[in-house]
Design a protein around this ligand. Structure first.
Ligand code: PLP
Length: 410
């Protein structure tokens, strides 16, 4: 029996949600790391060396990512969240400052602002690309605004040129949250070389992984120096020959990454382009299948970007369906397709409602879109059969919940 038939259940039109046979026998997650023998060997070689943390692999990994992205400096951290915190601190964010960002992101983007005592201000998104709308950013800039954090949602770079232009005119710093977008391109340049600071995550579901880990890329040597200090308690060592005569200039944290992790990251980086190409292939297959369905709309890709395809998001046309988002997600998961939602909007989280008084109506486009979004499985080690299973599960569920359209004049 081939692996294809082994994993494929007998097809049934009855939804697995209602007791029918699921499209797949085994669970397909929405994202998954890809680890090979070379990755394992790289980590083992560090375990056999003298340094398991703060050794040579950290700088080697930082330099390799900086070279890949075409930017001068890289500072690695213990997580993408720590990297965001360091970027906000390097931007000299202090209590009372406002930072304009998108509500359609992981909470860490806005939380980093709160860590510094700042106030995240949420600008609505564009309905086509789902990235932050520069016109809405401009509308929200006040005398308190210190920075803009743009997020490259799903791996598609935000409208960086417009945001950078706006920021320059209003004397703001731009932090690009590219946790989804390592490998992406913007107008012929690699993401990481465009904004003053670009933040990456190496969590297992991200384009490459170090287990946990993150990085900030910058072309500014002074910002890089401040972030290295921040990563290590704020301690500086003016004379390396007398390491005991160190000084603590500013408050910092232990946000260091380990050599074991950076060895894994270095090994993963070799496969970044191949993994992205594979995700682009699967995304193209999904788009071909779903663009023919009236019950589904797809976010668009701007003409001047290379989309890294970190996650695949579709939008339900709810007026054509006799089910809501939760029922469609339940139905997909019952078929063993690990569909999910990226993300519940940040301004509607109870902490943000309570702390800043945010609520429904603040970002109408994001609010309407977030009720329609479904994230489908997409990762580089998915097989063609896995992708076909996802398409067949979506088709099965859409067929089941489709509202019959009454032709005009009938
Ligand atoms: C993953 C992610 C983060 C946080 O990264 P961690 O490494 O998990 O701390 C921040 N922003 C976005 C958009 C992310 O996807």
């Amino acid at each position: 029996m081939s692996s294809r038939t082994a994993n494929r259940a007998i097809e049934s039109a009855e939804l697995a949600l209602y007791g029918g046979t699921p499209i797949r026998r085994t669970w397909l997650p929405y994202g998954h790391q890809s680890i090979d023998d070379q990755d394992r060997a790289a980590v083992l070689s560090v375990l056999r060396s003298d340094w398991i943390t703060q050794g040579p692999k950290i700088e080697e990994f930082e330099n390799a990512v900086a070279d890949y992205c075409g930017v001068g400096h890289a500072v690695a951290f213990s997580s993408g969240t720590a990297a965001l915190h360091a970027a906000c601190a390097a931007a000299r964010l202090v209590p009372g400052d406002e930072v304009v960002t998108t509500p359609l992101t992981f909470v860490a983007t806005a939380n980093a602002v709160v860590f510094c005592g700042g106030k995240p201000v949420f600008a609505d998104i564009r309905p086509d690309t789902l990235n932050i709308d520069p016109a809405q950013v401009e509308r929200l800039i006040t005398s308190q605004t210190k920075a803009v954090i743009a997020v490259d949602f799903a791996g598609q770079p935000a409208d960086l040129e417009k945001i950078l232009f706006l920021a320059k005119r209003r004397n703001l710093i731009v932090i690009e949250d590219a946790c989804h977008a390592l490998g992406a391109g913007y107008r012929g340049r690699k993401v990481g070389s465009v904004s003053p600071m670009t933040v990456l995550s190496f969590h297992p579901v991200k384009p490459i992984t170090t287990g946990e880990g993150g990085m900030v890329l910058t072309y500014d040597a002074d910002l890089a120096r401040r972030m290295r200090t921040f990563r290590h308690h704020g301690i500086v060592c003016p004379d390396p020959s007398r390491p005991w005569r160190n000084e603590m200039e500013e408050i910092g944290y232990n946000y260091r990454i380990t050599d074991m992790q950076c060895a894994l990251g270095l090994s993963q980086l070799r496969r970044l382009n191949d993994g992205m190409a594979r995700r682009q292939e699967i995304a193209a297959r999904y788009e071909r299948a779903f663009s023919a369905m009236d019950e589904i709309s797809l976010p668009s890709t701007a003409p001047d970007v290379l989309h890294a395809r970190h996650i695949f998001v579709l939008l339900l046309n709810l007026d054509r369906l006799a089910a809501d988002q939760d029922e469609i997600l339940d139905a997909l998961r019952a078929e063993n397709v690990g569909a999910t939602l990226h993300y519940p909007l940040v301004h509607l989280r109870s902490f943000y409602r309570r702390r800043f008084g945010y609520g429904e109506g603040l970002c109408p486009t994001a609010e309407a879109v977030s009720r329609r979004m479904v994230t489908l499985p997409l990762f580089s080690s998915m097989t063609d059969d896995d992708a076909e299973d996802v398409i067949r599960a979506v088709e099965k569920i859409i067929r089941y919940f489709r509202r019959r359209q009454i032709p005009v004049g009938a």
